[in-house]
Structures are given as structure tokens and as C-alpha cells.
Design a protein around this ligand. Structure first.
Ligand code: 3EB
Length: 313
């Protein structure tokens, strides 16, 4: 296995950062190495760094790619005119080209008009069908075992955009025993299920580990819990975060005190910021943690909040 061919830039002294920047008017790649996405920032940092000592790598697939010591990061934005299912299938096909020979570690999906229904099918479900078929085409029937942690959230403006981390290290993927794996959700949630695992762990015990927790919400089995009740959804989401952390060997305290932790909190209603922040500061966040609050529509119309984490130890 090897990273994509070394570019002439690889040894250049200029060091790039690959980042996602929130609060933009629409999805856009800028040549300096930033993916801009249209999620309003409610609180916390406006940017998320994927790699901060990276070298740009040329890509023939419309991806901005960055090679760093521990892997490859990159972004792409779909063509504006593509229907969402076709856009998802095309973005993922290109993703598999640029990450050939590597393992996918983490994916973020930014889906415009995520809850809009187009020709009788919700956009998120269209996106899921395109993504799932692309994974199956690439990896065959067993593709479920290769799905990395992901988030799939709404953006106020498109086009569809994606950010990823990949690398040579083989990841381990985890499921939450209290949740049906998303890749096995029944068809009441859409014709093809979402394609992600609940968490992905990269690195062996005793060495540097990155623990990626997917977007996590108030879902038990496959049902949404505490409809219309922010505090009830926060409590269920937090239990799910603790369970997936325990399942991956990181403890129910989400490795508090032993790790660098960053959380992103997606809120459907900007007016939920104050109560959500107060709840999380009381129940999970520590002084040393980074937390970013973003306004986003979520993949089920009845979800008010979704939380993801990156825990590095
Ligand atoms: C859920 O548990 C909530 O479509 O990539 C969370 C994380 C969710 C990732 C995705 C969707 C995605 O089903 C939604």
C-alpha cells in the first residue's frame, strides 16, 4: 500500500494546512487548502484543522488533497448541476480513486437541503442511496465492514461537499450495541441505508491513537428518542457517546483527562445553543476540551441535535 504518487510539492518548504471552515455562504474549495461550508457558527472555533503540517498533492479528480505524516486528507465539492444522488455517487467514486490503496478513517458529508423532498424522496435518502451504491460498486457485498466513522449533516447552501481522512494504518470500526448499525437501518428510513460505522479507531494501544466518533444522535435501536425534547435528546446522545467510547475501549468517560478531545455539536435550532451548551458543560465537557456549535439541519426531521468527537491520545 502506498500514498498517491509524490508530488513535486512534497518537499517544498511551504507547509499547508487542510481545514474545514464553517459559516461560509456556500460550499467552495479554496486553493490554500480550505473547504468552506455553509453551516453557521453558533459558538467555538470557526475552523476545524484536518492536518496542520501537510503538503498539497495534485489530484486528477477535482479533490484538494494533502499529504501529512499520518495520512492523507482532502475535500471535494460536487458539480452544482448534479442531482443529489448522482452527486453523491460521483463524489464517492472520485473519493475511492484518490484514496486507492489507503484505508478510510473519517468522512464528513455536508448535504444541501437535506430534509427537502424531491420527487417523493427526501434529499438525505437520495444522498444515502448514491453513497451506498458507490460503496457497493467499489468494495462489493462486504462493503459494510469497511465503512468508517462519518457525519452527514445539512448545509444551508450547496453544492454537496465532502471531507475525509485516510491513511496506511488499518482502522478498527465499532458499533453501538444499543443502536442498530446505520448500514442495517430498515427501509422505512430510505431505500438504501446510511453508510458509516459508529466509531473508528486508528493506531495501536500504547502508540498515538485517534478515535473518531461519528455524528451521534438520540437514536435507540433504529428509533428516534425524545421527539421535540432537547434535554431528552441530549441525554440519549450522551449515553450513546459513552457507550460507543466504552465499546472501543476508551471508557464511559470518553477518555476525559487522558486525551485531547474536540467535539462538534450540530443544532437544528440556533435558539437551542444556550441550553445545549449548559447541559454539555455540566455533563461532559471539560475546560481543556474544544467544542464547536454549528447550526445545521439533520438527517432526520425529528432530530434536534447531533454530536461528534475526535479523541486523540
Ligand atoms: C444516525 O445515527 C444519525 O449519513 O453519514 C450520523 C452520522 C447520521 C453519519 C451519515 C448520519 C450520518 O443515523 C445521523
Amino acid at each position: 500500500m502506498s500514498l498517491p504518487s509524490r508530488s513535486p510539492h512534497f518537499f517544498a518548504p511551504s507547509v499547508a494546512h487542510s481545514r474545514v471552515r464553517f459559516g461560509a455562504p456556500g460550499a467552495e474549495l479554496d486553493p490554500a487548502g480550505t473547504l468552506h461550508v455553509a453551516l453557521p457558527v453558533l459558538g467555538g472555533p470557526v475552523e476545524e484543522t484536518l492536518h496542520d503540517e501537510a503538503a498539497p498533492v495534485p489530484s486528477g479528480e477535482g479533490f484538494a488533497l494533502f499529504r501529512a505524516r499520518d495520512g492523507l486528507s482532502g475535500f471535494a465539492v460536487a458539480a452544482d448541476e448534479l442531482e443529489l444522488e448522482a452527486a453523491a455517487a460521483d463524489l464517492y467514486r472520485r473519493l475511492f480513486v484518490v484514496t486507492a490503496g489507503l484505508h478510510l478513517h473519517r468522512i464528513w458529508n455536508y448535504v444541501p437541503a437535506i430534509n427537502a423532498v424531491v420527487d417523493g424522496l427526501e434529499n438525505y435518502r437520495r444522498f444515502c442511496r448514491g453513497r451506498s451504491l458507490a460503496f457497493e460498486t467499489q468494495f462489493g457485498q462486504q462493503f459494510q465492514y469497511r465503512l468508517p466513522a462519518a457525519s452527514g449533516v445539512g448545509a444551508d447552501r450547496g453544492p454537496l461537499a465532502l471531507a475525509f481522512l485516510a491513511g496506511e494504518r488499518a482502522p478498527r470500526h465499532f458499533e453501538n450495541p444499543h443502536q442498530v448499525p446505520a448500514f442495517r437501518y430498515p427501509t422505512q428510513y430510505g431505500p438504501r441505508p446510511p453508510s458509516f460505522s459508529r466509531a473508528t479507531l486508528v493506531g495501536e494501544a500504547g502508540e498515538r491513537q485517534q478515535f473518531f466518533i461519528s455524528g451521534t444522535a438520540a437514536i435507540r435501536g433504529h428509533a428516534t428518542i425524545a421527539e421535540g425534547d432537547l434535554e431528552g435528546q441530549l441525554a440519549c446522545t450522551l449515553e450513546n457517546l459513552r457507550t460507543i467510547s466504552e465499546t472501543a475501549g476508551k471508557g464511559t468517560d470518553l477518555a476525559a483527562g487522558k486525551s485531547h478531545r474536540t467535539f462538534k455539536v450540530y443544532l437544528r435550532h440556533a435558539t437551542d445553543l444556550a441550553p445545549a451548551r449548559a447541559y454539555l458543560e455540566q455533563h461532559v465537557l471539560r475546560e481543556a476540551d474544544e467544542a464547536c456549535y454549528l447550526r445545521a439541519d439533520l438527517c432526520r426531521a425529528d432530530l434536534l441535535v447531533e454530536i461528534e468527537g475526535v479523541i486523540t491520545s
